[in-house]
Design a protein around this ligand. Structure first.
Ligand code: GLN
Length: 519
């Protein structure tokens, strides 16, 4: 069975026509995971037993002639920040190394109702903070297009699982680009949804006012299928609204793809003549060609202003650390698989004293646990955030960032009065070398330059594979590039229409990594 290019639709048909059983399919994927994961490090936990049991259940259903839903029997990988009952969930953090959640995230419950097959939990940057996956406490993830390069982050493991054909689709989370940027660097579709469209219940919180769960897949159609299953209002997440198909549409787009679609390109991002600094030449070429392709399909393209867009990155890097400093305060090394967890052998907890501390030693205990259990990026953001929220600095930093957030959102509202979609590169670069930016946080933050404004404004966006180009440091390389399309709130359907039309006339998404054969 050639499973690398199987789509969700083909799997559904294959199961219906009994070309293969759900169990055979799960076994194929598990076989590939076992073969390639030691080199790629995409999965932190492989749920073989659970996968085979769910697949068997699906086969029993098929044998009884019961109807199959769109994701029944379809295997999936899930980022390790989405909690799964009885299955270790670490957020790639040492302090959660032994955390086994007692309940499922809402998105997991929804997938279970479909009869999905969980293959495993994927590696990511610690607590989803990073753009390269190098911040994982459990080792970096390799890009299957070139194993010396990063897959992007923070959802790098989910991206690599799909890119390497270890899963047909994967869930990730996106707070500032963590789905779109790795999708771009790995040659995949990456769907980030409107804030509030998908429940965050059971998503380990990084920055709660920006976090959203989303999807990696090869085709837009598949991302849409998964979105339709996992979106929806959830009383357990007070910020969830749900996003029924076409909810945000004010004008009918029906099935007309790109015809008459107005697309704006932010001049602040790419420069009046596509002469902005900091974007690699190869990225500019491919993204411009992709936009011309959309024009060829009937779209009308103009340059538009987003005056405050250049300030989105600094706004984001005040808001996010502030929320992180608060959200990560709950990790004390006792709860969530800490001293009361089943296994007390974790090296970070190896203090010699394994009892719950007496009050007098409590501060020392917290210091010890958090010093050992949290990585450098978590600590950096906790310190920046605590500073930004502290009396005396709050007005100068956090409050200003919140005011800027309103201006950024207003810019997008204004722009969407003129255009239907906004287009720009997803990432200013192709995949960079492992280690290249690891010790330079500012260089790493710049990887998010085109993605963060979307989260700050709560908008949906998609990254589409739009070509390949060499990295500036290696003319022989040939690495994937992504086109980002941004839509008004709750207009995911607009992204799907344009994305499907684009994929019908292009073949970038059909290419698979060549270096897989030499791994
Ligand atoms: N790279 C961004 C950051 O480090 C985005 C992370 C994310 O979306 N989870 O904050």
């Amino acid at each position: 069975m050639m499973i690398e290019n199987l789509t969700i639709g083909k799997i559904h048909e294959g199961l219906l026509h009994k070309d293969f059983s759900a169990r055979e399919l799960a076994q194929e994927y598990l076989g590939r995971i076992k073969k390639y994961n030691p080199a790629l490090n995409a999965f932190l936990t492989i749920t073989e037993k659970e996968a085979l049991a769910s697949a068997q259940e699906v086969d029993n259903q098929i044998a009884q002639g019961l109807p199959l839903k769109s994701l029944t029997g379809v295997p999936a990988a899930v980022k390790d920040v989405i909690i799964t009952k009885g299955i270790r969930t670490t957020a790639s953090a040492k302090i959660l190394e032994h955390y086994t959640p007692p309940y499922d995230a809402t998105v997991i419950e929804k997938l279970q109702e479909e009869g999905y097959v969980l293959l495993g939990k994927t590696n990511c940057d610690e607590f989803a903070m990073g753009a390269s996956n190098e911040n994982s406490a459990f080792g970096s993830v390799k890009n299957p297009w070139d194993a010396t390069r990063v897959p992007g982050g923070s959802s790098g493991g989910s991206a690599v699982a799909v890119a390497a054909g270890l899963a047909p689709y994967a869930l990730g989370s996106d707070t500032g680009g963590s789905i779109r940027q790795p999708a771009s660097l790995c040659g995949l579709v990456g769907l980030h949804c409107t804030y509030g469209s998908i429940s965050r219940y059971g998503l380990i919180a990084m920055a709660s006012s920006l976090d959203q769960i989303g999807v990696f897949s090869r085709t837009v159609e598949e991302a849409e299928t998964v979105f339709n299953v996992i979106q929806g209002n959830d009383p357990r997440d007070a910020t969830s609204i749900g996003s029924p198909p076409n909810k945000g549409e004010t004008r009918p787009l029906a099935e007309r793809g790109c015809k008459g679609l107005k697309i704006g390109i932010p001049v602040e991002y790419v420069g009046k003549n596509w002469d902005a600094e900091g974007i690699e030449e190869g990225v500019k070429i491919c993204v411009r060609e992709a936009i011309e392709e959309l024009e060829g399909l009937g779209a009308v393209v103009t340059m538009i202003p987003l005056p405050h867009a250049p300030l989105a990155l600094s706004t984001y890097y005040i808001l996010v650390p502030s929320e992180v400093s608060s959200n990560l305060a709950r990790y004390d090394g006792m709860r969530y698989g800490g001293v009361n967890g089943a296994d007390t052998s974790a090296s970070f907890r190896d203090t010699g004293k394994r009892d719950v501390p007496r009050q007098s030693a409590l501060i020392e205990w917290y210091e010890n646990m958090r010093t050992r259990g949290l990585g450098p990026e978590s600590k950096r953001r906790i310190m920046i955030g605590t500073y930004a929220l502290s009396a005396g600095y709050y007005d100068a930093y956090y409050k200003k960032a919140q005011q800027m957030r309103t201006l950024i959102r207003d810019d997008f509202n204004q722009a969407f009065k003129e255009v239907d979609l906004i287009a720009c590169p997803t990432s200013p670069t192709v995949a960079f070398k492992i280690g290249e930016k690891a010790n330079d946080p500012l260089a790493m933050y710049l990887a998010d330059i085109f993605t963060v404004a979307v989260n700050v404004a709560g908008l949906p966006a998609i990254s589409l594979p739009c070509g390949f180009a060499p990295a500036p440091d290696d003319p022989q390389s040939n690495l994937p590039i992504g086109l980002q399309l941004i839509a008004p709130p709750f207009s995911e359907s607009r992204l799907f229409h344009a994305g499907k039309a684009f994929q019908q006339t292009t073949d970038h998404h059909l290419k698979t990594p060549l270096s897989m054969s030499v791994l």
